[in-house]
Design a protein around this ligand. Sequence first.
Ligand SMILES: [Zn+2]
Length: 152
Amino acid sequence: MAKHQHDTSANDLWMYFQNVINWVKTVFPNYRKYMKGLPWGIYYNRHKDEHYNSDELEARVAELEMDDDVTNNKGIYAYLLTGEEKHLNIRTFNEKDKLRKYNEQEGVCAKCGNHFAYTDMDGDHILPWSKGGKTEYDNLQMLCISCNRSNL
Ligand SMILES: [Zn+2]
């Protein structure tokens, strides 16, 4: 009896893995090497009942791979499933550009209009990455830390 129960749970586990694999193959039919090692079991548990268009997803994967501002390709899948940008590690502005912009703004926050030290400010995308804004000088504004936080 105990042995039989063991077999059943092994079968259940095998079935579960099969379901996870089939789900991944259905949602993301194109295999990419950085799919390896991702927590697909968790993705499956959370998103198996949602409806995805695999053609659209494939187009988005290809697009995100080519996006210079996406610094974490492994996070593309979690991003597409959840919509959470944090998975992509969007490129931040470099110190040189931030300092140049800081001087251009004469240390004044682009949002609240108060003056701050450089170390109390941060670079912000004028047009957010999610709306097509790039991590480029023309899309950079310096905000004080509290305005930058409330801008998220
Ligand atoms: Zn401010």
